[in-house]
Design a protein around this ligand. Structure first.
Ligand code: PEP
Ligand code: MG
Length: 588
């Protein structure tokens, strides 16, 4: 009987292939009591497994060559340190000796003891490291059981030259695993853990693979070599398929592939509507590596570089020099196309442990000291970031974007800091663009409502709908229990977007939109009708949005969209928008 499981879909794709199950090695491990003469060999077996894992980590590091980003290198270092930690290794050896238990059991008992200590730790950076310890324990267990790890899956996969391919099914995928996936193509992957904003999801997006994360019950349903289908837009995984089902999915897969190919043809074409209106389609990036896919999708520039990702997964903040290297690498790769770098947006859902360790967790993280609030409270850190961005501006058109601005005073202070950063660079004789544009994210309702007062202090505006929706509708964007209420089509949200665009146009100020709404092709005509002419999104969505732009007559959209704005309810707006899209598709 066919079954379906659901989770959070990443990207838009359909993959059908054989499951490569990378089960948690921690499941169902029995305790064995050892006879005294068995203890020495058991210790040896454990030590050999530790050596195997150590060699694996070294091999991964070497295989990465020049490629790895600083945060991935730091994670691998950290895992090597955990592997040598006496709390894990020596303590497990003691358990084997004292309790006469098998190594797997001893290691699991030790993991439990260590995990309990982690739960009591206040420091969020250290608390998060529990996952790293678990990943290392999994690796050791796998080595002891002689089980195939991801590396072996990859070898197997590349040895086999059969039709189809593999879909990776795993409990979780570590950054080290991601590096392996980056080099060898699986068709997609499914994980038991993870949410839309988890690291697994973020890295999956940068790989451009269809994926579904956070799927409970995976391992009860899927066995090695089962044929499964994953549909990432729907966030669904399907199995136990009969021949007819497989045929249907095969057709759907071919349609997806044709669609992708058709989209490829749009790469060289301009984002220009039927009636000749030019629309800029920019990419959002999290890490410098993401530039490749952005260029591959034919972006017009980087509309949002979320600099906070450079600060994640590490115990110290990146230096000015490190940041300069990262920013200038992106600017150079973009070869003259604009790059908008956002200053640190740490806090709330984007926890940067290196900054917040030792601090009390605020009661309402989304409303606490995050983004520009935090930067203004940490002037040295802010100045070093601004200097790095300014230095990168010597290599191409860079703009500085300030997150979570709520009113003019924050912009005035931020601009003063930019001036200070310039003064110190001048003193050192370092080059930068003294006319650099500094803009604000419009993502707090107060900034959108009172945009007129802000306009004098900004060179451009970028509407951050992810947070604008969260703050307007009072919906925590990370809380699953209220996710169904998070609605971009709420009239209040649409009116704030419309008002921001209108005010900026009136003042001749460039305005873009860089929240998830920009990458949703269903909403493209709505945004065009609201007057938006610059979109910034995940690179994987650019061509789909470009197709809608090229298939739209922008001037005629304004009236239809104006009518949608008057509707009282998101469901009515959705229905009206579907009708508007259908009509436009029929004409185009
Ligand atoms: C937003 O809030 O819309 C945005 C683009 O920023 P982030 O998702 O990084 O908060
Ligand atoms: Mg935001």
């Amino acid at each position: 009987m066919a079954w379906t499981l659901t989770g959070v879909g990443i990207g838009d794709g359909l993959a059908m292939g054989k499951a490569w199950v990378l089960a948690s090695a921690r499941l169902d491990l029995p305790r064995r009591r050892l006879e005294p003469h068995q203890i020495e060999p058991e210790l040896k077996r454990f030590q050999e497994a530790v050596e195997i894992v150590s060699a694996e980590l070294t091999a991964i590091k070497l295989a990465m060559g020049q490629e790895p980003s600083a945060e991935v290198t730091a994670l691998l270092e950290l895992q090597s340190i955990i592997l040598r930690d006496p709390l894990l290794v020596a303590a497990t050896e003691q358990r084997i000796q004292n309790d006469h238990c098998n190594a797997e059991w001893g290691l699991l008992q030790q993991l439990e003891a260590v995990s309990a200590q982690f739960d009591d730790i206040d420091d969020p950076y250290l608390r998060e490291r529990k996952a790293d310890v678990q990943q290392i324990v999994d690796r050791i267990l796998r080595a002891m059981q002689g089980e195939a790890g991801l590396e072996e899956a990859v070898r197997e996969q590349t040895n086999q030259d059969e039709e189809g391919g593999w879909i990776l099914v795993a409990k979780d995928i570590s950054p080290a695993d991601m590096l392996i996936l980056r080099k060898h193509r699986f068709l997609g992957f499914v994980t038991e853990t993870g949410s839309a904003t988890s690291h697994t999801a973020i890295l999956a997006r940068s790989l451009g693979l269809p994926a579904v994360v956070g799927v409970s019950g995976l391992f009860n349903q899927i066995a090695q070599n089962d044929i499964i289908v994953l549909k990432s837009k729907e966030g669904s995984v399907h199995g136990a398929l009969n021949a007819d089902d497989q045929l249907v999915y095969k057709h759907q897969q071919l349609r997806y592939a044709d669609d992708l190919k058709a989209l490829e043809d749009l790469k060289q074409l301009e984002g220009c509507s039927i009636d000749g209106v030019s629309v800029l389609l920019m990419a959002n990036i999290d890490l410098p590596d993401d530039v490749q896919i952005a260029l591959d999708r034919g972006c017009d520039g980087i509309g949002l570089f979320r600099s906070e990702f450079l600060f994640m997964n590490r115990s110290t903040v990146p230096t000015e020099e490190e940041q300069f290297q990262a920013y200038s690498a992106v600017v150079r790769s973009m070869a003259g196309r604009p790059v908008t770098i956002r200053t640190l947006d740490a806090g709330a859902d984007k926890e940067v442990s290196a900054l917040h360790s030792g601090h009390d967790r605020p009661a309402n993280p989304a409303l606490a000291s995050r983004a520009i609030r935090y930067s203004l409270q940490s002037p040295d850190l802010f100045l070093s970031q601004l200097r790095a961005m300014l230095r990168a501006s010597a290599f191409g058109p860079v703009k500085i974007l300030i997150p979570m601005v709520s009113g003019p005073s924050e912009m005035i202070s931020a601009r003063e800091m930019v001036q200070q950063a310039m003064t110190s660079l001048r003193a050192k004789g370092l080059a930068f663009n003294a006319k650099i544009n500094v803009g604000a994210m419009i993502e707090v309702p107060s900034a959108a409502i009172a945009i007129d007062g802000l306009i004098a202090h900004i060179d451009f505006a970028s509407i951050g709908t992810n947070d604008l929706i969260q703050y307007t509708l009072a919906i925590d964007r990370t809380d699953r229990s209220v996710a169904h209420l998070y609605n971009p089509l709420h009239p209040a949200v649409l009116r704030l977007i419309e008002q921001t665009i209108r005010s900026c146009h009136r003042a001749n100020l460039p305005v873009s939109l860089c929240g998830e709404m920009a990458g949703d092709a269903e909403l493209t005509r709505l945004l065009l009708g609201l007057g938006l002419r610059e979109f910034s999104m995940h690179a994987t969505e650019i061509l789909k949005v470009k197709r809608v732009v090229r298939n739209s007559s922008v001037t005629s959209l304004a009236r239809g969209v104006g009518r949608l704005l008057k509707l009282p309810d998101p469901a009515l707006v959705r229905a009206g928008l579907s009708a508007l899209n259908a009509k436009a598709e029929a004409v185009g």
